[in-house]
Design a protein around this ligand. Structure first.
Ligand code: ASP
Length: 344
């Protein structure tokens, strides 16, 4: 059988970093250095090519422009490769994976993000395993030669996760990510075990890949906290140009019940600002109406984000608002699963 063709897109992150001998700080280094740390790569049985960002970045500097760059590389090289591995810093990997899942419509091939907690050149690095897992999983096929994965995913600490379901929860552990509301897609041990959860959205059915690059960046995440006044909330919601807010609420979607708080939200919705309710809890979902403390949000026109992560919610907001649909349609899309990002 012919080797699978995999394109590595190297954006930066700890995986390829080296320590500056003077300052002791880690900064990105070139691809050759990274690849030399994994001498056996050729035995994976895949033809690997690389595309490197001109300026390698710490993922703290990743954002909509970088996501568009990655999406455009994938779109341009889509026919030439069977799968894509994106090397990326862990700090914002959950945002990038979520953003790409929405931006790449009709995706029918694996796009796997990975990185590491320790640079690949360090003896105890997790980078080598993560990179090898990502490449093997991106090259994996069923008995008909079809790719086993056809969505955006993240491999880290031996598990493969749906990309728009994860959150970075540890700056220390080699298992840096959790996917509390959705099971892993695969697990690497002696063998790679694949699980078959529900597909991540509508099947591509041979439709052409579309990379959506119009993202609305005038969105904010607002985390409700005890003592947050309606006045402060109003100042935030009156930010000039604001188009959407992800409201991170308590528990199953609750917020302070003062009429002024709800009125401030209702006024913003009337001005055409989309407000999406997600929970501050890592696990579980928004259930507006379960407690009286969420009723005012519902009445104000706040939309439920169910069990979406904050990372998925904010990137979905950018994508959906970027579609420039009428307000009611925007609100409907926000609370509809588009790429397996939430369970309704
Ligand atoms: N600061 C790094 C980054 O996100 C952390 C990492 O890669 O683990 O680029």
């Amino acid at each position: 059988m012919k080797n699978r063709r995999i394109l590595i897109i190297y954006t930066g992150g700890t995986i390829g970093m080296v320590q500056d001998p003077e300052t002791g700080s880690l900064s990105p280094f070139d691809f050759q250095n990274l690849i030399e740390a994994v001498p056996g790569l050729s035995s994976i049985g895949a033809d690997i090519e690389a595309y490197c960002f001109e300026h390698l970045i710490d993922s703290s500097d990743m954002g909509p422009d970088g996501w568009i760059h990655i999406a455009q590389v994938i779109e341009k090289r889509y026919a030439d490769f069977d799968g894509f591995v994106v090397l990326h810093g862990t700090d914002t990997m959950a945002y990038t994976a979520s953003a790409l899942s929405f931006m790449l419509e009709n995706l029918d091939k694996p796009v796997i993000l990975t990185g590491s907690q320790l640079p690949i050149g360090v003896l105890r690095s997790d980078g080598k395993d993560n990179l090898i897992n990502a490449l093997e999983m991106a090259a994996a096929t069923d008995e008909n030669g079809q790719a086993l994965l056809r969505e955006v995913a993240v491999v880290f600490g031996s598990r493969l996760f749906r990309g728009n379901r994860i959150t970075k929860f540890s700056a220390e552990s080699f298992s840096a990510f959790v996917s509390a509301n959705f099971p892993p897609l695969a697990q690497s041990g002696v063998h790679i075990k694949w699980y078959c959860p529900a597909p991540a959205g509508h099947p591509a059915d041979g439709k052409r890949l579309v990379a959506h690059t119009d993202l609305e960046v005038n969105v904010l995440i607002v985390k409700v906290h005890p003592g947050m006044s309606a006045g402060t909330l109003g100042l935030i919601l009156n930010t000039p140009g604001l188009k959407g807010v992800v409201l991170a609420t308590y528990g199953s979607g609750n917020a302070p019940t003062s009429p002024a708080f709800a009125q401030t939200l209702a006024d913003a919705v009337k001005r055409g600002i989309a407000i999406l309710n997600v929970t501050q809890c890592t696990e579980g979902a928004v259930e507006m109406g379960k407690y009286a403390a969420s009723n005012p949000l519902k009445a104000a026109g706040v939309v439920s984000g169910y069990d979406m992560t904050t990372e998925a919610a904010v990137t979905k907001m950018m994508y959906v608002l970027g579609l420039r649909r009428p307000f009611e349609e925007t609100r409907r899309l926000l609370s509809t699963p588009l790429r397996g990002e939430m369970t309704v």
